[in-house]
Structure formats: structure tokens, C-alpha cells
Write a protein that binds this ligand. Structure first.
Ligand SMILES: Nc1ncnc2c1ncn2[C@@H]1O[C@H](COP(=O)(O)OP(=O)(O)OP(=O)(O)O)[C@@H](O)[C@H]1O
Length: 526
């Protein structure tokens, strides 16, 4: 044991009180080993010099002193070090000695420090104390404080970094559900589905190869592809990197039953020139249609857009295939539902390229059944393709589909949009412009200049022009049937079975151009 007191050189009273107290302290212990401490010893001399020396000359050490009683409660205000380690003391550490660290002072005894009883935190480890087992040094304390501060700052930085990383990941992906939630106000369609309320669910149509559910879809990152007549269309990338197109319908007036019937009718169509509807979803607040994503974009984007990834040049062969494919797709649609199904919205942004680069028709069957009474905007969006007899967008017919296909053929031939605003605010209608140019026998001038670099295609272009003009005649009953249009288009070039046109051009290398090339008209759109 070591006991030491702070004392002044003048031998003030407290010292002697302490000395007496220490003697009493020792006397109160029962111990077997002799202690060489007595009234005659000049305690203060040694204590002033150093604690260790004091211990040697004064009390000696009381560790290993074989003390074996309870610890007496003594008043020793000047005692600042005490070592009763490795004795056989028992009981509770008295109040006057509780200021000494129990883990070192009473180490090796069978005593209970009150701090052990009341405090849940363990006594400080001896290692954290100074070399001599005394107070923490100033440097050590400073080190601990600095270390704790550095650890806290690092911890906060790490936390901040994790939060930033999480936010970044969330922002990088614009989650489809957030978009839907924002637009749908308080209605959260996915909640209904995940809980199976209302019978709402994502319905996959026969033959669909996808295995995601609505939860996956709503978690997918989404990008707006455009806003169309029926709502907003998104490209959604699922966690397994499958891309699908989600059409979020707005202003659908029909009830669940009618909607499902229409979706199932459309979803049954399996044709290489019809974009398959993969799945649909109906709830009171949300109506969704799911399609495959076409990476090349629509024919409209390929013809007129500038920023389509992997843009392919629409050469004549491709344009011919687009025309044939689109006509075949529409003809197939016209055979459905007892030969009564109408597409109702044929336009270049609804035609895509299938793997063989043939036209593939999307977005069918929405106009006639699902659309609310048309507003001005809905009519104007399809204005360039709309047959003159269609005053109500819901009253489209198979003949009006033929008219719209005719406009698409003109678009492919001219490279011009169906409706063009000129510099002088004049709106030029493609059909009327082509009709007037042909009437003037300036036929060659209608063709897209980009096509002029392909040799020996003039005859084919003229044939297609004639078919297009037949489709856009004013009187619906004078227009050819879609199945006839298909035949006529296929006649332009002899076809191999399937979707591939024959490689040899019917016009051949020696066919003279039938066209009278004249100067370009200033009224040309675009
Ligand atoms: N399956 C698809 N793959 C790739 N792009 C698509 C797909 N479906 C639609 N898009 C594109 O998304 C955009 C928005 O399509 P959406 O059908 O909503 O409008 P729209 O075709 O411009 O007009 P409408 O609603 O009258 O058909 C269009 O550019 C369209 O070409």
C-alpha cells in the first residue's frame, strides 16, 4: 500500500491530524505483517520529498500487507494516494475513501465500492492512468480529448458521406412511384396493390415474358419519354435492368370491366408488326399499360429527331419496310374483334422498328373506347394524320386508319412532318402540299432530298406515292382497305416469305426515271 498526504514544510496542523488519522487507520486494520509506522516517525519529511519515498520511510506499502478486516471510515482530507491492493479486506469502501479509484486502490480485495453499486459504467482501466498509477497526466488527458474529438468528427463525416451517397443514389434514379405519387396527389396506387385491396393488381397478358410485379415497377427508375394524347409515357428501368415502357393513362372514363375487356382484346394480338401490350393495371386512380421498350425510338424520332441514341439512317429500304410493316400491323388489327377493331391513332410516333427493321404499330385501341370527349388539344395533336371526316376523336374508323397510314407514307417519302409551320406563321398541311405539287406534275420535288442519293429507287417511290395518295382521298369509302394497301405496298418490291423484302429492286438498274425534276417550290413545308 502507499498512502501519501500533501503537506507543507512548516508542519501545519492538518499534517499531524492526518498522521494521527493514518496511524488510527493502520491500527484499525487487523494485519499479520508488521508495519514500521509510529507516532515518533517524522512523516512530513518524507512526504514532502516524494510520495514513493514517504511510503518507504513512513507507512511502507499496505498492498500485500495481509490486511483482513473491513475498511475503517477515517477522516483523511489530505490523503491523495492510497493503495490497499491485494489484501483480504471485505465490506463496503467507506465514504471517506470512495474518492480513490476502486479498481486500483482496492484491487485484489473482496470489497464493494459504492461506485460499483450505483454506476453502470466500469471503473477506468489502470492502463489509462499515468505510469505511476496516479492521476491522468495533462498530455494524456489532452490526447484523450483530442482523440475523442477526432473520432467524433470522423464519425460525423462518415455519416454525412453515407447520407450523401444514399441521396445521390436516390436522385440519380427518378423513381417511377415518386412520379406517379406526385402526379396522383394523395393516391398511392402501389399501396392498394401491395395490400391486395380493391383487387388491384398488375395483369400480365398471355405469353408475357416479364416476371416483375407492381412493387418492382414502382421502384424502378423512370424517365419521361413524352406526353401524349392519353397521358404520360415513361421508360422504366427495373432492378434487373429490364427496360419497359409504362403508359400512364389519364382521363379514362370507362369502368374497370370495360377497361379490362379492351386491354385483353388488345393484349391478345400477337403479330410481328404490332407492339405487344405486356401488362396493364387498373385502379380507381391509376391506369397503366406496359410495353416493351424500343431502343431505336419511334419512326417520328428517326425521321425528325436529332438526339436518338444509335440513330440509323432511314434509307429507302428501311422506309419501305416501315411502310409495309405498319400496313401489315394495322391490317391485322382490323381483323380483330370480328373485324371491327380500329387503331384510331396511327402516326409516326406510334410506329417502331421490329428486329427486322419493319414497322411495328403501337398504341392501339385507346381512342375509340377509352378516351373522354375530345378537347381541342387532343384533336390538334393528331391533326396532321386525322381524316377530314373525323370531328370527334372517338369516332375513328378503319377508313380513317387508312387515311392516317397514307399520311405516314407521305411522311416517309417526303421526310416532312404532317403539319408544318412556315416562317410566316402559315401552317402547311402535308397532304394538301403533296396533292398540289403532284397536280402541278412536279412530282420529284416531293421526295426527301436524303433519298436522292440512292440510285434506282424513283419508280418505287412513285409507286408508294400513288398508294399514299389513294389512302388520303377525301371520301372514306373511296379509300382502299388496309389489306389492299398491304398488297399494293408488297407489290412495290417482290418479297421473300416473312418480313424481309427481296434484295433486288423492281426498278432495276436500267429503269429510266419517270420523274420530271423541277425546281423546288418555295411553299415546301419544313
Ligand atoms: N414502346 C415504346 N418504346 C420506346 N418509345 C416509346 C414507346 N412507346 C411510346 N414511346 C415514345 O414515348 C413518347 C410518348 O409517347 P405517347 O404515346 O405518350 O405520346 P405520343 O405518341 O406522342 O402521342 P399519343 O399519345 O397520341 O400516341 C413518344 O415519343 C413515343 O414515341
Amino acid at each position: 500500500m502507499c498512502c501519501c498526504c500533501c503537506c507543507s514544510s512548516g508542519g501545519s496542523d492538518p499534517i499531524f491530524e492526518d498522521k494521527q488519522a493514518l496511524i488510527d487507520f493502520v491500527n484499525n486494520f487487523s494485519h499479520t505483517r508488521p508495519l514500521n509506522w509510529s507516532d515518533g516517525l517524522n512523516v512530513c519529511d518524507g512526504w514532502e520529498e516524494s510520495v514513493a519515498a514517504t511510503m518507504d520511510r513512513g507507512l511502507q506499502r499496505l498492498d500485500w500487507a495481509e490486511l483482513d478486516s473491513v475498511i475503517p471510515d477515517l477522516y483523511l482530507p489530505n490523503l491523495h494516494q492510497l493503495n490497499l491492493a491485494n489484501n483480504s479486506l471485505t465490506g463496503i469502501v467507506p465514504k471517506s475513501l470512495q474518492r480513490f479509484p476502486a479498481s486500483t486502490t482496492f484491487y485484489g480485495n473482496n470489497v464493494t465500492a459504492l461506485s460499483d453499486v450505483h454506476s453502470p459504467s466500469p471503473a477506468p482501466s489502470p492502463r489509462r492512468w499515468s505510469k505511476r498509477g496516479r492521476k491522468l497526466g495533462g498530455h494524456a488527458l489532452m490526447g484523450i480529448i483530442i482523440g475523442a474529438c477526432v473520432a467524433a468528427i470522423l464519425g460525423m463525416l462518415l455519416l454525412l458521406l453515407l447520407v450523401m451517397l444514399w441521396c445521390w443514389k436516390r436522385n440519380g434514379k427518378t423513381v417511377l412511384s415518386r412520379k406517379l405519387m406526385r402526379k396522383a396527389g394523395n393516391s398511392l396506387p402501389e399501396k392498394g396493390v401491395s395490400r391486395g385491396q380493391d383487387g388491384t393488381r398488375l395483369v400480365f397478358l398471355d405469353g408475357c415474358c416479364y416476371s416483375f410485379d407492381l412493387e418492382d415497377l414502382l421502384r424502378a427508375s423512370a424517365e419521361v419519354l413524352g406526353k401524349g394524347t392519353f397521358g404520360t409515357t415513361y421508360k422504366a428501368v427495373l432492378e434487373d435492368v429490364t427496360s419497359v415502357v409504362v403508359k400512364r393513362l389519364k382521363e379514362v372514363s370507362v369502368g374497370r370491366r370495360e377497361f379490362e375487356q379492351q386491354m385483353e382484346l388488345v393484349g391478345r394480338i400477337r403479330h410481328e408488326n404490332v407492339v405487344e401490350l405486356r401488362a396493364f393495371y387498373y385502379s380507381k386512380d391509376e391506369k397503366l399499360m406496359i410495353y416493351d421498350y424500343y431502343t431505336q425510338g419511334s419512326v417520328s424520332a428517326l425521321l425528325h429527331g436529332m438526339q436518338v441514341e444509335n440513330r440509323i439512317t432511314l434509307d429507302w429500304d428501311t422506309r419501305l419496310k416501315i411502310a409495309i410493316g405498319a400496313a401489315r400491323g394495322i391490317a391485322c388489327i382490323h381483323t380483330q374483334n370480328g373485324g371491327k377493331l380500329v387503331h384510331g391513332n396511327i402516326k409516326a410516333s406510334n410506329i417502331f422498328l421490329n428486329p427486322a427493321n419493319y414497322g411495328c404499330v403501337s398504341d392501339l385501341g385507346l381512342t375509340t373506347t377509352l378516351m373522354n370527349p375530345p378537347g381541342v388539344r387532343q384533336i390538334s395533336r393528331v391533326a396532321g394524320y386525322r381524316a377530314p371526316e373525323v370531328v370527334d376523336a372517338r369516332k375513328t374508323s378503319q377508313q380513317s386508319d387508312v387515311y392516317s397510314l397514307g399520311v405516314l407514307l407521305l411522311e416517309l417519302l417526303t421526310g416532312k412532318s404532317p403539319v408544318n409551320a412556315t416562317g410566316s406563321d402559315e401552317v402547311v398541311n402535308l397532304v394538301r402540299w403533296v396533292q398540289s405539287v403532284v397536280r402541278e406534275e412536279w412530282t420529284a420535288e416531293v421526295f426527301d432530298v436524303e433519298l436522292m442519293r440512292y440510285p434506282n429507287i424513283e419508280e418505287e417511290m412513285v409507286e408508294m406515292l400513288q398508294i399514299a395518295l389513294a389512302c388520303v382521298v377525301r371520301m372514306p369509302e373511296q379509300r382502299p382497305k388496309m389489306s389492299d394497301v398491304v398488297k399494293m405496298l408488297e407489290e412495290i418490291r417482290r418479297l421473300e416469305p416473312g418480313n424481309h423484302p427481296h434484295s433486288t429492286s423492281k426498278s432495276g438498274g436500267s429503269t429510266p426515271s419517270p420523274l420530271a425534276i423541277k425546281a423546288q417550290s418555295s411553299s415546301s413545308p419544313k
